[in-house]
Design a binder for this molecule. Structure first.
Ligand code: CUA
Length: 154
């Protein structure tokens, strides 16, 4: 089949436009949510419970009123309630065992997205005593509204 020279040019031009368009979409999707800055470390999402430190979740004292809180978010919970003394600095290490969850502690600046396959970290110093809620602010299924955790600061 004979193709007119201009038709060929337009075909190539269309192809290039499509590639540029798809790259732009791919790059923005990548930048916008798939890799938030808090999740530099990766983990096999199928083996969360066998992978340290998530094989032994909970609170560990790592210094002078300094703690590491290892948590696995999954439909529809964050694990056992935590209890820390007033003034405690808590380094949260959180991953998901299933879908994307939120991890937000109202009244603080703790707010991150928990993506399966990543270890999401954030640090907060609890200067005031009280009961803090951890809430999921990413829609994750039928139990999303009820998904919460608790931190007691004494
Ligand atoms: Cu977990 Cu919404």
């Amino acid at each position: 089949m004979h193709m007119h020279k201009y038709e060929k040019i337009w075909l190539v031009f269309g192809g290039i436009t499509l590639i540029v368009f798809l790259s732009v979409i791919g790059v923005s999707a990548f930048a916008m949510g798939h890799h938030p800055p808090s999740d530099m470390t990766t983990i096999d999402p199928e083996k969360v419970k066998e992978t340290a430190p998530f094989d032994d979740p909970g609170l560990k004292k790592i210094g002078d009123n300094e703690y590491e809180a290892v948590m696995v978010a999954q439909a529809f919970m964050f694990g056992e309630p935590l209890e820390v003394p007033k003034g405690a600095t808590v380094h949260f290490k959180v991953t998901s065992a299933d879908v994307v969850h939120g991890f937000s502690i109202p009244g603080t600046n703790v707010n991150m997205m928990i993506t399966p396959g990543h270890i999401n970290t954030i640090t907060h110093k609890f200067d005031e005593a009280g009961e803090f809620l951890i809430i999921c602010n990413e829609y994750c299924g039928v139990g999303h509204q009820a998904m919460s955790g608790k931190i007691e600061v004494n």
